[in-house]
Design a protein around this ligand. Structure first.
Ligand code: ATP
Ligand code: MG
Length: 386
């Protein structure tokens, strides 16, 4: 199953391009499902069809779903949430605050995204197209499996088997309630589901991201930042789609300066994202809603190519042996060397790039080695271990 995520700054055309791509995939005969992780669902508006919490047929080979994240949270997090509520209440927190704290920000999107894992297991669809929330939320979303996994591991470090023996004593001694077996079971289940999802998302054979950009300063800047983040987290961006490009000939001179601005940023986009392929979609005379216009957009972008194909893949993290030492290479475009901070802690390598932080679990070969030095080779950070 191929999963394609659409992201980009707010309003650039993510939903429209996700919908157009989904129609393109369906036209190629692939059974396609389009879902949105954005709580402000707009797929229904784009297709002019009311979608709901279960997949609904839009056209031959194409189904759409607007996930009810609250239901998913209740299913997967319910038991843990009940425990956290009791835990917070035991610390004197009032119940409304406890309720708020037991579901953390980004969780709705995270649990929507978990649907990918479920569909990947059932193999019901050939392609899943995901219409994501604007970049900032998507970044938070894509780091959520890692953060939630960490959270679960560190807040509940005791194994379930040990819990049974410890509980009678713990409940007498501890100033807070000790979790029931069911809570541990729910956490274990969720931790492994998160790990599975992370594996799907990080595998370029299964998942890639399409970054939607408009040829304007702030949109391009945000896309560059997002791309650095994706590289750091090991996600593959396989296509850049520049949307709302002005047509070559416009009679009205009002747009002359806009055309010049776009030319500048189209150049910057090329310089920034090459060698990732870049395609563009023109600004149309009207908003793009409904199937006929979306289908036309798909043809404009993909021509006769398969929209589900992997247009580009480059693994951002590699490990090689060079001159007797191991070198971990991290593709980090748009990063100044002074921005990078490395810390090695046991099996963890912590790479901080500006405000972003990544925990890379070092592979076995690097476990008992120490960082020898780091240098930039073009856009690749090469960390040597000895
Ligand atoms: N190339 C285009 N030409 C004309 N109108 C467009 C084009 N691309 C998108 N639009 C219109 O712009 C509006 C916003 O597009 P869309 O909803 O796809 O953006 P979005 O990135 O999903 O926004 P949000 O961040 O709010 O989710 C829609 O009304 C859509 O029809
Ligand atoms: Mg949208």
């Amino acid at each position: 199953m191929r999963t394609i995520l659409f992201t980009g700054k707010g309003g650039v055309g993510k939903t429209t391009l996700a919908a157009a791509t989904a129609l393109g995939c369906a036209r190629q005969g692939r059974k396609t499902l389009i879902i949105s992780t954005d709580a402000a669902h707009s797929l229904s508006d784009s297709f002019e069809e009311q979608l709901g919490n279960t997949p609904r047929k839009i056209v031959a080979n194409l189904f759409g779903q607007e996930i009810n994240a609250l239901e998913e949270i209740e299913n997967k997090w319910g038991e843990i949430k009940t425990y956290l509520n009791a835990l917070f209440a035991s610390q004197g927190m009032d119940s409304v605050e406890a309720e708020e704290l037991s579901v953390f920000p980004g969780m709705e999107e995270l649990f929507s995204l978990m649907e990918i894992r479920r569909y990947s297991k059932t193999a019901e669809y050939d392609v899943i197209i995901v219409d994501c929330a604007p970049t900032a939320d998507t970044l938070r979303l894509l780091s959520a499996p890692e953060i939630t996994g960490w959270y679960l591991k560190h807040i509940f470090p005791i194994q379930r088997t040990a819990a049974r023996a410890v509980r009678p004593v713990a409940n007498r001694l501890l100033p807070f309630p000790f979790p029931e077996d069911a809570v541990f079971a729910a956490m274990k289940r969720l931790t492994s589901q998160l790990a599975e999802m992370k594996e799907i998302l990080e595998d370029e054979k299964q998942t890639s991201i399409r970054l939607v950009i408009n040829a304007e300063k702030m949109v391009v800047k945000e896309a560059q930042r997002a791309y650095t983040f994706f590289s750091l987290f090991g996600y593959t961006v396989d296509l850049i789609i520049v949307n709302r490009v002005l047509p070559p000939v416009i009679e009205d001179h009002y747009f002359d300066r806009w055309k010049k601005i776009q030319e500048v940023y189209l150049r910057l986009i090329k310089e920034s994202f090459s060698p990732i392929p870049i395609v563009s979609a023109q600004l149309q005379e009207q908003e793009i809603v409904g199937r006929p216009l979306l289908e036309k957009m798909a043809r404009d972008i993909y021509a006769d190519k398969d929209p589900a194909q992997l247009f580009f893949s480059q693994r951002p993290i590699r490990i090689r042996k060079e001159d007797g030492q191991f070198v971990l290479s991290l593709h980090l475009p748009f990063v100044e060397k002074s921005d990078v901070d490395l810390t090695q802690k046991g099996e963890e390598l912590i790479v901080k790039v500006g405000p972003l932080k990544r925990n890379i679990l070092l592979p076995r070969v690097l476990l008992n080695r120490k960082i020898q030095g780091a240098r930039f080779d073009k856009e690749t950070l090469k960390i040597a271990f000895r």
